[in-house]
Design a protein around this ligand. Sequence first.
Ligand SMILES: [Zn+2]
Length: 280
Amino acid sequence: MSIALDGYDMVMFGMGRLGSFSWPPVAAVAGAGAGAALAYFIPSVLVLPTFWKDPPESLPAKTCRWHAATTHPEVALTFDDGPSVDTARTLDVLDELDIQATFFVLGTQMCSHPDTVLEIAARGHEVASHGFEHRHHLLSSPRAIRLDLATAVQTHRDILGRPPRFYRPTYGQLCVATLVEARRHGMEVVLWSRWGKEFAESEPAPVLRRLEPGLVPGAILLLHDNDVSCRTGTGALTRRVLGPLRRSLEDKGLEPVTLDRLLRRSPSRTEESAGQTGAG
Ligand SMILES: [Zn+2]
């Protein structure tokens, strides 16, 4: 991808300085400013579920992924917003069910529960980034987004000794700054192909009904295993969903794996890796 890494916030915030010039005309400057603003927010429209009847694997140049293009019988189960005091119980349930998952953790929660972050990794799960704070990117300045991702990545380095490979923006919403900053830190932006919306339910059944049509090879499933940004009881409900979900996956011959493993099966990812290897 060839997005300019350092000029976009100048485009967004430097337009006012052009007012001191007599040329180009004010209307042209205003038009350019409006165009730049529109372009800045275009990614937020492209990732809306209503925009696609059948979402592609990702946006061009793998800038944002919804699922893996694979027929191998694997899916990725992902948990957002942790870790929390609930996460240890989730890890126990995952062990009992022999599920490998990916946790998109918040930097603030990592700082509060560093031992839990290490425990997630020690039990064979993947730790990915959900940013440092749970802020909506469409309501944040490019500078705030830059700082948030940089702080989140540094927190991963401090606690786990390595940067995250995957990043999921809060609320699944992103703008150009989100994509630029994720790429700056070498992270792949990953959304999801199906979510349980368990935070809006009180019983497992509707959550499972929502997930069921999406249980196909390459699926990326989203759940929340804690009450940090969801209503009280969400984590407990998610743990009740995991057993029946595991049985549904077994019935369909699907294995829950980490995102890294799932995407290794993706032809495009394989080609990308091969290209990187070839380039040394
Ligand atoms: Zn979240």
